[in-house]
Design a protein. Structure first.
Length: 249
């Protein structure tokens, strides 16, 4: 198991219990105690876990994520540049998934007049999808009211039974070492499944997401067909073959 997936598995385990002991993590990950200690040290340095005496660890409770309304106001020009380009990749007749983020929300108006079907777990997207008369499937499930996202077993079952031509997914943070991450474990799980079920995968991000880590990793940066960002982003070390860099005007 590659390190970022193993560390994400550890975070999943920590999320389920107040305190987890090293032998529990070792049994779950099937690696040596030394490897578990290194993983926990990395997660501690990232501010995600606290290592306790007695061979245990616990999750660090992070500051609550900004609401959807707050995030919509941030970096609008970059998000518009990324989403405008992303929309040109959508062709008539395609069945696509739009992630629940604010950058994905900007894509919707550019789909006006296209014969496409959008699947999403972004409850906040509905007004835009209705406004531009886009064929839509809204996943059912539990609503995370602060970020307007639908999650849970129902949503997971639905996407597991779908095959997408393309998916467009943003993230709370993106690093070369740890990949794409989000603050909610249920959002991460839906993203993972969607990626598995998509023929073409596009990751989207404004420059502020580069170099940041959130709690739950759901993909490696190389899992995509293309990573779309702007000329404001520091992506010098990223694989140029995977990059699409658009001008932020």
């Amino acid at each position: 198991m590659i390190p970022y997936k193993r560390r994400n598995l550890i975070l999943d385990l920590l999320h389920s219990k107040d305190i987890v002991y090293l032998d529990e993590i070792q049994e779950k990950t099937d690696v040596s105690v030394a490897t578990v200690r290194r993983d926990l040290k990395t997660l501690e340095e990232e501010g995600q876990v606290e290592i306790l005496t007695g061979g245990a660890a616990k999750l660090v409770v992070s500051v609550a994520e900004k609401s959807f309304e707050e995030k919509m106001k941030l970096n609008k020009e970059e998000k518009e540049a990324v989403s405008s380009y992303a929309s040109t990749l959508v062709k008539d007749g395609q069945f696509i998934f739009l992630g629940p983020g604010t950058t994905e929300n900007h894509i919707i108006k550019h789909l006006k007049g296209k014969n496409v079907t959008v699947v999403t777990n972004g409850a906040f997207h509905i007004d835009e999808l209705l406004k531009y008369k886009i064929n839509t499937i809204l996943l059912g499930g539990n609503v995370l009211t602060n970020i307007a996202v639908l999650v849970g077993p129902s949503a997971i079952k639905q996407v597991s039974n779908m095959n997408f031509d393309k998916c467009f997914i943003g993230a709370s943070g993106i690093t070369l070492d740890n990949g794409l991450s989000t603050s909610n474990i249920d959002v991460a799980e839906i993203n993972r499944i969607v990626i598995e079920k998509s023929k073409e995968i596009y990751f989207l991000a404004d420059s502020t997401k580069i170099g940041a880590d959130s709690r739950y990793v759901f993909a490696d940066i190389n899992d995509c067909n293309k990573f779309i960002t702007t000329n404001q982003a520091d992506v010098n070390d990223f694989d140029a073959k995977k990059l699409i860099v658009v001008e932020d005007e």
